[in-house]
Every structure is written in structure tokens, then in C-alpha cells.
Design a protein around this ligand. Structure first.
Ligand SMILES: [Zn+2]
Length: 147
């Protein structure tokens, strides 16, 4: 894990080296070899800083991805909580327990899809006594079997 403070410290080192190099070039007898040495050191620090920034960018992208996934997960949890508040598990026939809307609407949800996948899939059919999930094909007895 790269620390952003290391990069800031690196920038200060580079600025100090350039300041020293500038000082060496001032005056009646400029120290050109000394200034070039300092400029060479500056370039090394710049290379380190570039690698450091690349690593920081990589970490930032990773953190952004993780944040996105967490937000998505939170939204799914919120949606699931809202959905759970809309339905109740009720005995519809015999031992058949299905999720039905609390508002009294005449439909039943597939309990497997609702509980396992958090999907509100309305069971279909039921005239023959059995209603079927169009997604998982689960079949549930919802009334007395007709002849
Ligand atoms: Zn289902």
C-alpha cells in the first residue's frame, strides 16, 4: 500500500534539489558539474515519483471498484428490504405457504425465487389446483385439485 504522503515528501525533495542546483549555477564561478549531479538526482526522484503515482492510481481504481460494488450491494439490500415489507408468508392451501401482497392483491410469489434470489416472480396458472413459477418451474398447490 503506497502512502500519498510519500509522494508529497518526494516532491519536496525534488524542489530542494532543484533549488540547490540553481544555487550552484549562481555567482561569478558557477558549479556546472555539481548542478548537473543534482539534476541527475532530481531525475531519479522524478522516476520514483512517477512509479509511486502509478501505484497510487492503481490503488484508487481498486478502491473505486470496491466502493461501486459496496454501493450496488447496499442498493440490492435496500431493495430486498423494501420488497420484504410488501409481502407476507401465508398459508394459501393445506401446507402450501407462499408470499402474498400485504395490500390484498390476488397474486402469489414463488417462495424459492423470493427467498433465494430476492426476485418477485408471480406464480401462474392455478386453475388445476397447482400454480407454477415461470422462472424456476417450481409447482405449488394453491387450491383443491380439480378433476
Ligand atoms: Zn421460482
Amino acid at each position: 500500500m503506497v502512502d500519498p504522503a510519500t509522494g508529497i515528501a518526494g516532491v519536496k525533495v525534488i524542489m530542494d534539489l532543484l533549488k540547490l542546483a540553481t544555487e550552484k549555477l549562481k555567482g561569478p564561478k558557477p558549479d556546472v558539474p555539481g548542478a548537473l549531479t543534482l539534476i541527475g538526482q532530481t531525475q531519479q526522484h522524478l522516476d520514483q515519483l512517477r512509479s509511486h503515482n502509478f501505484e497510487l492510481e492503481r490503488q484508487l481504481l481498486k478502491a473505486e471498484r470496491e466502493n461501486f460494488e459496496l454501493q450496488k450491494s447496499q442498493q440490492q439490500n435496500d431493495a430486498w428490504e423494501r420488497a420484504q415489507a410488501l409481502y407476507e408468508l401465508k398459508v394459501v392451501y393445506g401446507k402450501t405457504r407462499l408470499y402474498v401482497p400485504k395490500d390484498g392483491a390476488d397474486r402469489q410469489l414463488c417462495p424459492k425465487c423470493f427467498e433465494s434470489d430476492h426476485k418477485e416472480i408471480t406464480l401462474q396458472g392455478g386453475i388445476s389446483g397447482f400454480a407454477t413459477c415461470p422462472v424456476c418451474k417450481g409447482s405449488y398447490q394453491v387450491r383443491q385439485r380439480t378433476q
